[in-house]
Design a protein around this ligand. Sequence first.
Ligand SMILES: [Zn+2]
Length: 379
Amino acid sequence: MNVIELCSNLVSFRSITPNDDGIAEYVANFLETRCGCSCTILEFQSENGVVKNLFASRGDNNKPSLGFIGHLDVVPPGDGWSSDPFCAVQRDGRMFGRGVCDMKGGVAAFCCALETFVKQASNDKCNIRIFLTGDEEIGSVAGMQSLLKWAEQNGQLPSACLVGEPTSIEVTGDRIYLGHRGSVNVNVVAMGKQNHVATAPASDNALSKLCCYISHLIQHDWRANSTRFPNTKLEPTLLFNNNYATNIIPDRASANINVRFSDDYTPEELQGIFNQYNNESLKLNFDFCGLPYYCDDKILPNILAKSIEQVTQCKPVFSGGGGTSDGRFMINHCPVIEFGLPDTTMHQKDESIAISDLQLLEKIYTCFISNYFHENYSK
Ligand SMILES: [Zn+2]
């Protein structure tokens, strides 16, 4: 099966988180019959329902192993698509469908690359641990976090790991992520007193308090000292109250604010900044979804960069600018790098990839797997 066919088949599963729709079984069957993997489907309970994950392995536990992280779930398609989001359509050299970019294309490319490599290499040179999860798009609690605990208990952690999320800019191979900034979601609630707009004192308005607070945060002089990550960045993402009357002062308003923070901030310091502007008794709730991580290992990124150069004749750039990925959980166990398709259409309507990018990714992954085992087994 070629990578275009496999990617199209993956798109046809309506695997909107946490729905599996049979995709884990399908990929397990591919990896068992074509790549000689042993597969285990692991279900974990989350507050959103049961999440199905797939762990696949091949080779000897005592030798260096290569891990691959991917997710089989996708975000909801939303409205306005030119064609059925769950039926991959090819048009003008591109493939359209929910998940082609994030990240069924990456999963398809890795599975096909592994099939190619397994057919070429002797058995003892293919020591693989594959983690494919079902809730990456909603926080990975019953996905990567649970799967990793299981892998740790069962002695199935890899020696090094590749995350197949989209990372490239214009063409597959032009960018590798070595890490990403931390991420915190802050929910802010302001209270006031309901009143008539004409007569109320300014202090009654919950929305005014909240807007003023957000304005301070936006104008805060955020440091930019990190050499490894892009600058720390604050973005309000939601401003809400349920007052639709034009002559009533709102007594309650809330906001969501996200901060992507580099390694020159600690969570405690960030909380301090949010508290420092809070002199009007706002209620703050912090949800730290990931700390900054960076792969300081030099060997793994160089093997990948060399593989990219061999296939494309171009040198990739290294960046610490990715969005949060499941790599943040694996980095505590082994070196982790992130590399995949161009990321320009993720989570959008008419999500698409250039078919040439998908084919290129399969070639690079094949070369990378081969170079990884050559590097680790020839010593
Ligand atoms: Zn993704």
